[in-house]
Design a protein around this ligand. Structure first.
Ligand code: HEM
Length: 412
């Protein structure tokens, strides 16, 4: 392949002259393995760029911030079309993240009560108990798979407890959730992954229909009961919307949290001085988790559709242009973060965009932070000599940045 003379000064990354993705194709294995050198190149040389599939990308912090907060935009076109999705084939796109106002506003308001900082603090002891049980199981073994033994069971058990999924169903339920999440790539996912994702979506829908029927007879204070009450209060939440919000919440909160815990522990193990700092000062866990989100967060981009013509870096993009706001690139922009490639668990301020921004800002951010603080903080406090078995990562089938396994040795 012909390689252009242009090289990335700090990383010497060659950029293929004929690569229409400019080194940043999310499906490319090298990019997936380490997207940051290519993102740096894009940010410096083509901060506002088109792609072969017609959408545009923003790579600098200010532009990403602006499209999320300041520029008229949504997730659908002004005619209500969801980009890259054929809704006539699967009329299931009722989750809030796929809606613009007024639908979005109504759905988000109904669900948000369960995710306020106060509501989340109430389950702190439960989250800590779930983490402690995971660590009890590996204690004395000297080795663990961070994903299978901690990063996966924590969010899956927490959400099952929040929804009230009976204990005996949790393993099947977790497999369906994982499979359904892999379908988020939509038409760019491999056909077998997509087929499994659709089947899992149907299983989950069926499961929720039955669970909702049972729960209606005995409403409690769990998340599902809260949604059922909203549905019963009239036309504020339809039956199908109720099921879509339930499945959507599972999907939104599952692999993202696995990725945060997994990538976070990996980065700490790769930066022994920062790991030692956290071990010596456990109260640094809050800023440490924010740095894990900024430095190697699980979601590389979020999508917006312009609702009016807008200017970015000298390009005027017309109304209804689909845009990828490259969160992972914004989070390494030296214009926003001094020495951005340094992993610094005390970094402050740290106004990263790992949870997106504006109307769709992650509703589960407080829960995700709590789970990561408990999981990462407890692992570091309880065990010594944490070391990765290999620096190479085996990425999972997720659309997000989530290791499939992460073998770790430790003492204690
Ligand atoms: C580390 C973990 C997580 C990360 C990095 C993350 C990140 C994100 C991002 C980037 C968005 C899109 C924001 C935008 O487009 O502006 C989002 C939306 C959302 N997330 Fe999260 N998320 C995480 C965990 C969770 C959890 C645990 C839940 C709940 C159980 C959750 C629920 C949601 C919901 C409901 C939305 C859609 C909000 C809306 O459309 O108004 N997330 N998240």
């Amino acid at each position: 392949m012909e390689v252009a003379k242009r090289t990335n000064e700090r990383t010497s990354m060659p950029v293929a002259a004929d690569d229409p993705w400019l080194g940043c194709n999310p499906l490319d294995a090298d990019f997936r393995n380490d997207p940051y050198p290519a993102l740096q190149h894009l940010r410096e040389h083509a901060p506002v760029s088109g792609t072969p599939i017609g959408l545009w990308r923003l790579a600098r912090y200010d532009d990403v911030w602006r499209v999320l907060h300041d520029v008229p935009s949504g997730v659908r076109t002004t005619d209500g079309v969801l980009p890259f999705v054929d809704e006539s084939l699967e009329n299931q796109h009722r989750f809030m993240l796929e809606q613009d106002p007024p639908n979005h506003t109504r759905l988000r308001r109904l669900v948000s009560r369960a995710f306020t900082p106060r509501a989340v603090q109430r389950i702190r002891a439960d989250v800590q108990r779930i983490v402690d049980e995971c660590l009890d199981r590996v204690s004395g073994r000297g080795a663990m798979d961070v994903i299978a033994d901690l990063a996966l069971p924590v969010p899956s058990t927490v959400i099952c407890e929040m929804i009230g999924v009976p204990l005996e169903d949790r393993d099947t339920f977790t497999i369906w959730t994982a499979d359904a999440t892999h379908g988020l790539a939509g038409e760019i996912a491999p056909p077998d992954v997509l087929a499994r994702a659709r089947a899992a979506g149907e299983h989950l829908g069926e499961y929720f229909r039955k669970l909702i029927a049972v729960r209606r007879t005995d409403l409690g204070d769990d998340l599902l009961s809260m949604l059922i009450r909203a549905e019963e209060e009239g036309d504020r939440l339809s039956g199908e919307e109720l099921i879509s919000q339930s499945i959507g919440l599972l999907i939104a909160g599952f692999e993202t949290t696995i990725g945060l815990i997994g990538n976070g522990i990996r980065q700490l193990a790769l930066h022994p001085a920062e790991l030692a700092r956290l071990k010596a000062s456990p109260e640094m866990i809050e800023t440490a988790v924010e740095e894990c989100l900024r430095f190697d967060g699980p979601i590389g981009l979020t999508v917006r559709v312009l609702h009016a013509d807008a200017e970015f870096g000298g390009h005027t993009l017309p109304k209804n242009t689909t845009i990828w706001a490259l969160l992972a690139s914004a989070n390494r922009d030296p214009r926003a973060f001094p020495d951005p490639d340094r992993f610094d668990i005390a970094r402050q301020p740290n106004d990263h965009l790992a949870f997106g921004g504006g109307a769709h800002f992650c509703l589960g951010s407080h829960l995700a932070r709590l789970e990561a603080q408990c999981a990462i903080g407890s692992l570091v406090a309880r065990f010594d000599a944490l070391a990765l078995v290999s620096e190479a990562v085996e990425w999972g089938p997720s659309l997000f940045r989530v290791p499939g396994t992460l073998p770790l040795t430790f003492s204690g």
